[in-house]
Design a protein. Structure first.
Length: 352
């Protein structure tokens, strides 16, 4: 979300708009953008109190800003436009364990989401997938004409296939993987929600049938190493960051994303832009970009490790994975930042 907001702010300013920002914290790069930034000082003792104070202060400050359009991106409830980049909280909380589900912070987030969609303080809602649109309409009885889909942009100039096969081979060799070895990539910041448990459960059979290697990328993954199947540690490589995984997209053979919930995962669009075919959970809003068997595969039940095993083996044994990857890239080529901003500007013009 932070990476998206930074790019969005930069694009808005570069296109000639003035930008006012209400936020709780910034960094030097954000402060150098040229926006007028108002910081809300939050209490450090409780994330729940911080959430409440920021919502209240954002509403107060926004009323006095010299702007034509106000846009919300988080747990705030009064704007002309609001982007639900994280999806529908009411649809997600049933996936949480009972302790978290009943927690004060989770219930406050649900209360704020309900106020966002039912108080009448926000005029129009932006979502990044048809799945999220349908969930919001179903949970909060919103009129469909009040919700617009603006697909997430992907930088297809940066996220692209390797220049040639030799480049891909060099990438794999630098990571200690032979050319003929199939490589499965899993990349996420939230491993439990993104379905790593199902992939780990499926891995012994996948490796036995294909001889594949598994690359797992993301922060705080060492604790998951304890769950790795005995005797298979040498088949799994852990990468502890997600700041720049372009080289992993380019060097892998298959992207596996068995998420339990995602509004529209950036990793799915980025991997597709790199020409990397994927197995994508039907619980991800990015499913609308997947044509089963043509540019990737859909996993109907992300908790079913047997179905996941079958799909991964099927994909690895596909006669021409490169054609699947090429079609995946063609699918996301229209999702440019230019198209993304044009859709936003249409909303600005509708309001002003």
């Amino acid at each position: 979300m932070e990476a998206y907001l930074f790019r969005f702010a930069r694009e808005i300013i570069d296109s000639g708009h003035e930008l006012q920002v209400i936020t709780a914290q910034t960094d030097p790069a954000t402060e150098a953008l040229g926006a007028n930034i108002q910081k809300v000082k939050l209490p450090g003792v409780s994330s729940t109190l911080a959430l409440m104070k920021f919502e209240r202060e954002a509403r107060r400050l926004a009323r006095h800003l010299p702007v034509d359009v106000t846009i919300g991106f988080g747990r705030t409830t009064q704007h002309d436009l609001h982007r639900a980049g994280a999806g529908c909280h009411a649809a997600y909380i049933p996936l949480l364990n009972p302790f978290k589900r009943r927690g004060i912070k989770c219930q406050l987030e649900l209360k704020l989401e309900r106020a966002l969609y039912t108080s009448g303080r926000t005029g129009h809602f932006i979502v990044n997938s048809a799945m999220v649109r349908d969930q919001i309409i179903d949970h909060y009885c919103i009129k469909p004409e009040k919700v617009t889909i603006i697909h997430t942009a992907v930088d297809t100039e940066y996220f692209r296939p390797p220049d040639n096969n030799d480049a891909s081979i060099r990438l794999r060799e630098s990571l200690g993987t032979q050319k003929e070895t199939p490589v499965v990539l899993f990349a996420a910041r939230s491993h439990r929600r993104k379905g790593l448990a199902a992939l780990i459960a499926a891995w012994p059979e996948i490796h036995s049938l294909t001889g594949a290697q598994l690359w797992i990328a993301g922060p705080r993954i060492k604790r998951f190493a304890k769950r790795l199947p005995a005797g298979l540690n040498e088949t799994i490589t852990l990468f502890t960051g997600l700041d720049d995984i372009l080289h992993l997209y380019q060097a892998a053979d298959l992207f596996v994303h068995p998420t339990l919930y995602d509004a529209c995962a950036n990793t799915v669009l980025q991997s597709m832009a790199c020409g990397l075919p994927g197995i994508i959970s039907s619980a991800d809003g990015a499913r609308q970009f997947i044509k089963n068997g043509s540019n990737g595969w859909l996993l109907d039940n992300p908790r079913d490790h047997l179905s996941l095993t079958e799909l991964v083996v099927q994909a690895i044994n596909h006669q021409d994975l490169s054609s699947i990857g090429a079609e995946a890239r063609r699918t996301v080529l229209p999702l440019t930042w230019g198209a993304h901003l044009a859709a936003w500007k249409n909303q600005f013009e509708r309001i002003t």
